[in-house]
Design a protein around this ligand. Structure first.
Ligand code: SAH
Length: 248
């Protein structure tokens, strides 16, 4: 697969952005680094002239940006989803640094679409958005002032993807391990998690009035294993069989 085809599999997804200038800045940062797929989840003010000014020579990227209603819609079909985070969260998630993130994204771009999520300027990504991710990435900034400008964060991560692609062109980036089945996509995982939650509730294993983070921990467990499509359908078969055969 060509470099351009792989670049086109990497979606930079800006969630609920307030300032259109940041959207333009992100488009420019992406184009400078050879990325093309900009997704905007419910931008607060868009289209906007300020986005166009800040995009400078990257207006084509803005014009082609996909505006969608939800994070689920933005990550549909993605085999890898990574969420950015400016700070520590309550429940730790598999965490990678920008360099590892660039390498992983580039390696996997040969096999499936990838979503990299960026949060709101004032409060980042919500927990439920972060819990849809396989990994979180943190730019190791000054702990006393850890939050970068949104477009700057896009720049740093796009640069690392670029560096990984250049290492690959030189033949020094290891390829992703061969696997016999394609990995499950974000939407398949989401349906699996819903099926699991319904089954746990029906079996009275899970009490929605006393959740104790069970659902979050199950999400973390299964997202960490990077299940393939066949593994997901096996587990869904098991859940269906459990529900069918449960004594009434
Ligand atoms: N106050 C917010 C910060 C949001 S900054 C919070 O506490 O989460 C806006 C967005 O820029 C973040 O959601 C993330 O996408 C990106 N960003 C900013 N600083 C970052 C960092 N150090 N590491 C990774 N992403 C960062």
């Amino acid at each position: 697969m060509s470099t351009v085809e792989r670049q086109a599999k990497i979606r930079m997804i800006l969630v609920n952005t307030s300032h259109p200038g940041n959207i333009g800045g992100a488009a420019r940062a992406m184009k400078n680094m050879g990325l093309t797929e900009l997704y905007l989840v419910q931008p607060k003010e868009y289209p906007a002239p300020r986005a166009v000014w800040r995009a400078a020579g990257a207006r084509d990227l803005l014009a082609n940006a996909r505006i969608v209603e939800s994070v689920d819609e933005a990550i549909k079909g993605c085999g890898l989803v990574v969420g950015t985070s400016a700070r520590e969260r309550r429940i730790p998630w598999p965490l990678i640094n920008p360099r590892e993130c660039g390498m992983k994204i580039w390696q996997e771009s040969e096999h499936h679409d990838i979503g990299l999520l960026f949060g709101r300027e004032d409060r980042g990504l919500t927990n439920s958005e972060l819990h849809k991710c396989h990994y979180h990435v943190h730019i190791p900034s000054n702990p006393e002032y850890s939050s970068l400008n949104l477009a700057t964060a896009v720049q740093v991560l796009a640069y690392e993807i670029r560096m990984a692609s250049l290492s690959d062109a030189e033949g020094v980036l290891p390829a992703m391990n061969d696997w016999d089945q394609p990995l499950a996509t974000a939407d398949e995982l989401e349906s699996f998690h819903e099926h699991l939650a319904e089954t746990m509730e029906e079996l009275k294993f899970y009490d929605p009035n006393n959740p104790k983070q069970l659902i979050t921990r199950m999400r973390r467990l299964f997202n960490r294993t990077r299940m393939d499509k066949m593994e997901v359908s096996m587990l869904r078969g098991l859940l269906s069989a459990t529900r069918r055969t449960r004594p009434k």
